[in-house]
Design a protein around this ligand. Structure first.
Ligand SMILES: C[S@@+](CC[C@H](N)C(=O)[O-])C[C@H]1O[C@@H](n2cnc3c(N)ncnc32)[C@H](O)[C@@H]1O
Length: 284
C-alpha cells in the first residue's frame, strides 16, 4: 500500500473507533457494555445531570407530581418506591405537592447520583430513604408499595423486561405504576432494549398491569401510567416495615444513625449521607 493508502486506512480506523465510542458511550450510555459501565458513566456525570436535563419544575409538577399525588390523595400514609431515582427527580416533585403526605424510598445503583439526591431531599429527610443498590433484585416482598416509579431507566439495564417484572412485583394490586418507554431515533438504535408502543403495552398487560395509558412526553420518552390488576389493602407506610435484608431476606431492623443491623442474621448496612449502602450484598 502507498502512503496515501495507509493514511486513508488510519483515518478510517480512527473514524470507526470514534463512531463506536459515540454509539456505546453517548447514544446508548453503556447499555451494551454491562451494568458496571452504565453505573460508572452515571457516577462520573452525576454532577452535571440536572443541568444537562434542564427539567422544568412546572412541567414536572403537571406531568408527575400533581397526577401521582392526586391518585395517592386518599391515603395519608402512602409508601412510594422510585426505582433508579437518580438525583431525586420524582421525590422532589412529589414532596412539593401539599396533598402528598406519604413517604418515598429511592433506590439507585450510582452512589454519586444518590449523593446529589440526598442533598436535594434534605428538607424532606424524615420522609425519604435512599438505598444504594442495583435494582435487578429489589430487597422488598411482593406487593408492598402503593406506587412504583421507574423513569428513564429500563433500557439501560441488562434485561429490561425482567427489570420491569421485578419493578411490578413489589407494587401492591391496585397500586399505580409510572414508567417510561424510550422512543425516537435513538430507541431504534437500541435493539433488544426498547419496545414499540404496541409491544410495551402487551408486555405490561402480560405483567398484570391494567388501565395502561401511554402519553407522548419528552423528545426521547413516552410517559406510561398503569394500575396493577386486582386490589390489596395498603400494606405498609415506612421502609422498615418492608425492607428485607439482602443477606437473609427477613424483615426486622435495629437502627442507629450510622447503621442498619438485621435482627435475624446480624448483617450490618452502613448509612452515610442519608444513604443506606446495600450495594454489594446479593439476595440469596
Ligand atoms: C437517565 S437516569 C434517570 C434518573 C431518574 N429516574 C430521572 O428520571 O431523572 C438513569 C438512572 O438509572 C440508574 N440505573 C441504571 N441501571 C440501574 C440498575 N440496574 N439499578 C439501579 N439503578 C440503575 C442510573 O444510575 C441513573 O441514575
Amino acid at each position: 500500500m502507498n502512503t496515501i493508502g495507509w493514511i486513508g486506512l488510519i483515518i478510517t480506523i480512527i473514524a470507526a473507533v470514534a463512531a463506536l465510542g459515540i454509539y456505546h458511550l453517548v447514544i446508548t450510555e453503556g447499555a451494551y457494555l454491562g451494568q458496571w459501565m452504565v453505573t460508572w458513566l452515571y457516577d462520573i456525570t452525576a454532577h452535571e445531570y440536572d443541568s444537562i436535563k434542564q427539567f422544568s419544575p412546572e412541567a414536572e409538577q403537571v406531568f408527575l407530581g400533581e397526577p401521582l399525588s392526586a391518585i395517592l390523595s386518599t391515603q395519608s400514609t402512602a409508601l412510594v418506591l422510585d426505582v433508579a431515582t437518580g438525583t431525586a427527580r420524582l421525590p422532589i416533585t412529589l414532596f412539593e405537592q401539599p396533598v402528598f403526605q406519604g413517604r418515598i424510598v429511592g433506590l439507585d445503583d450510582s452512589r454519586r447520583m444518590l449523593t446529589f439526591a440526598s442533598e436535594k431531599v434534605e428538607p424532606y429527610r424524615d420522609r425519604i430513604n435512599l438505598i444504594w443498590r442495583n435494582a435487578i433484585s429489589l430487597p422488598f416482598p411482593d406487593g408492598v408499595f402503593d406506587a412504583v416509579c421507574c423513569l428513564e431507566m429500563l433500557e439501560f439495564t441488562p434485561d429490561p423486561e425482567a427489570q420491569l417484572a421485578e419493578t411490578i412485583r413489589v407494587l401492591r394490586p391496585g397500586g399505580c405504576l409510572i414508567t417510561t418507554r424510550r422512543r425516537g431515533w435513538n430507541a431504534a438504535a437500541m435493539p433488544g432494549k426498547t419496545h414499540s408502543k404496541e409491544a410495551f403495552e402487551a408486555l405490561l398487560t402480560e405483567l398484570g398491569i391494567v388501565n395502561i395509558n401511554i402519553l407522548s412526553w419528552q423528545v426521547e420518552y413516552d410517559l406510561v401510567w398503569g394500575i396493577r390488576e386486582g386490589y390489596a389493602e395498603p400494606a405498609a407506610s415506612h421502609l422498615e416495615e418492608v425492607l428485607a435484608c439482602p443477606a437473609c431476606e427477613s424483615i426486622g431492623w435495629d437502627k442507629s444513625p450510622k447503621e442498619l443491623i438485621c435482627d435475624a442474621c446480624g448483617a450490618i448496612y452502613a448509612v452515610s449521607d442519608g444513604i443506606i449502602d446495600m450495594h454489594r450484598v446479593k439476595t440469596r
